[in-house]
Design a protein around this ligand. Structure first.
Ligand code: BEZ
Length: 216
């Protein structure tokens, strides 16, 4: 995938949004941010996705995480569209800003392009307070995203960051479930870091590389 990717700094673009105009780094700088793109306003799948984001907003807020949408139309169009979004998803409030990109100038700079269609995609970057991309999803316009998975992936990133990336989360992990200790951590170090202890899976190889610990 050409363009900015994991570990890269998001360019400090000046953006127009439904709230106010700002530079991206000013928005990102004091928290984690979920930046998500949409092909255009008044389109069916995007309408459901932005509504769902509004319904999940309290989950992100509880975690101190900001939302920032982007759609390839202008601010006035976004403001009209928000009325439809909130009407279609009862209980949803679009309290987060949506960037305007009517000329599709911003979306390539944020690497939110579908290379097959050569047009806007349903991309999503989770950006850290250091303005670097920590995780990216890239979906084609035909596939709506799953907000439970966005939240689950975010919880994994926050958990790994809390433990200085010395842990990782296994398949289908959810908060409150055990995490794995990174292979880069020795058993001796793990004993110091995790006084609650850890369980090593007894595998045919006897290599002891799956070590589970409870951090909840
Ligand atoms: C949609 O949001 O429904 C959509 C947008 C672009 C292409 C196809 C579907």
């Amino acid at each position: 995938m050409p363009g900015i990717t994991l570990g890269d700094t998001v360019p400090n673009l000046e953006v127009k949004t439904t709230h106010k105009n700002f530079k991206l780094h000013d928005y990102f700088s004091d928290s984690w941010t979920i930046l998500f793109s949409h092909p255009g306003d008044f389109t069916p799948v995007c309408t459901t996705e932005l509504g769902a984001m509004g319904k999940y907003a309290h989950e992100f807020e509880q975690r101190g995480v900001k939302l920032l949408g982007l759609s390839c139309d202008d601010v006035q169009s976004h403001k009209e569209w928000i009325k439809d979004i909130e009407a279609f998803t009862p209980g949803s409030k679009v309290t987060y800003p949506i960037i305007a990109d009517p000329n599709k100038e911003i979306i390539p700079q944020l690497n939110m392009i579908d290379p097959i269609e050569n047009g806007p995609s349903r991309a999503l970057h989770i950006v850290g307070p250091d303005c670097k991309i920590k995780l990216s999803f890239l979906y084609p316009s035909t596939t709506g995203r799953n907000m439970d998975e966005v939240l689950r992936a975010l919880d994994s990133l926050l958990m790994a960051a809390k433990h200085k990336n010395k842990i990782a989360t296994p398949v289908n992990w959810k908060p409150d479930e055990p995490v794995v200790i990174s292979p880069a951590v020795s058993d001796e170090e793990a004993n110091k870091m995790f006084p609650q202890g850890f369980k090593t899976a007894d595998l045919p190889s006897k290599k002891g590389y799956i070590r589970l610990t409870d951090v909840s």
